[in-house]
Design a protein around this ligand. Structure first.
Ligand SMILES: NC(=O)c1ccc[n+]([C@@H]2O[C@H](COP(=O)([O-])OP(=O)(O)OC[C@H]3O[C@@H](n4cnc5c(N)ncnc54)[C@H](O)[C@@H]3O)[C@@H](O)[C@H]2O)c1
Length: 245
């Protein structure tokens, strides 16, 4: 199959839903061979069936589990050329009420989860001709918003982790993060299902609308193929004009 990702083997986390699933769909259409991972077993199995690609049930915070899945994925695909870390969780709670366990979990999934996947995949990526790592951070990595101390700190850590590994792993491996604004997925259903909240969120951005999964998937495609061959260590906002204000 020809396409921008023809011949590339890419592991996508968070592939059962939202951006991870949308990225998997676009990447499959662009000719990639995929390994799909999510802690939601039923969800990832469904996407895997739809796309005819292998899927695994795994919690990215479980280092041993991630190691096992990455090894199996590498065997199945004959190596790995890229990763997209889209698995993530959000807890919006005013700091005074933020449960320390929720803080720990956001770091375990949003930061250490990506670390676990990159670390496990590194020997495989190191063998690839032009490997790519794309981490889905957030505009919350770039700007404060009420009630997001834990989430924002975890996403800022993820973005700086990405920049740091871009330095350490170049020139063979490129690493970039995407910083989405409000995108219509399960994670933000509470917001976009409410017309008043949705309109207020849209009003805050230059393009006056919420983002769709495909906007992020297209950015992930750019960063996972040769179109971005000289781009590494960046934080690409896909936010309709929000984080620069
Ligand atoms: N939706 C937005 O507006 C928005 C904005 C900025 C950043 N993000 C980030 O984008 C990424 C994708 O989110 P989404 O909006 O598609 O949400 P989503 O809830 O639709 O999808 C997230 C997926 O990650 C999986 N997941 C969660 N924890 C996991 C774990 N420990 N191990 C494995 N899989 C796990 C979930 O099962 C789910 O399938 C997340 O990292 C999120 O923080 C989302």
């Amino acid at each position: 199959m020809s396409g921008k990702l023809s011949g590339r083997r890419i592991l996508v986390t968070g592939a059962a839903s939202g951006m991870g699933a949308g990225i998997a769909r676009l990447f499959a259409a662009e000719g990639a061979a995929l390994a799909l991972l999510d802690r939601n077993g039923e969800g990832v199995a469904q996407v895997a069936r739809d796309l005819g690609q292998p899927g695994w049930t795994c919690d990215v915070a479980d280092r041993a589990g991630v190691g096992a899945v990455v090894a199996q994925a590498g065997d199945r695909l004959g190596g790995l050329d890229g990763l997209v870390n889209a698995a993530g969780i959000l807890d919006i709670t005013p700091f005074v009420d933020l449960d320390p366990a929720s803080w720990d979990r956001m770091f375990a999934v949003n930061v250490t989860g990506a670390f676990n996947v990159v670390k496990a995949a590194l020997p495989l990526l190191a063998e690839a001709q032009a490997a790519t790592i794309v981490n889905i951070a957030s505009v919350s990595a770039l700007m404060p918003m009420p009630g997001t101390a834990g989430y924002s700190a975890s996403k800022a850590a993820l973005a700086m982790f990405t920049k740091s590994i871009a330095m350490d792993l170049g020139p063979r491996i490129r690493a970039n993060s995407i910083c989405p604004g409000v995108i219509r997925t399960e994670m933000t259903r509470y917001l976009w299902e409410n017309p008043e909240h949705s309109a207020r969120a849209a009003e805050r951005v230059a393009l006056k609308r919420l983002g769709e999964v495909d906007h992020v998937a297209r950015a992930a495609l750019f960063l996972s193929c040769d179109d971005s061959a000289f781009t590494t260590g960046t934080e690409l906002p896909v936010d309709g004009g929000f984080s620069w204000r």
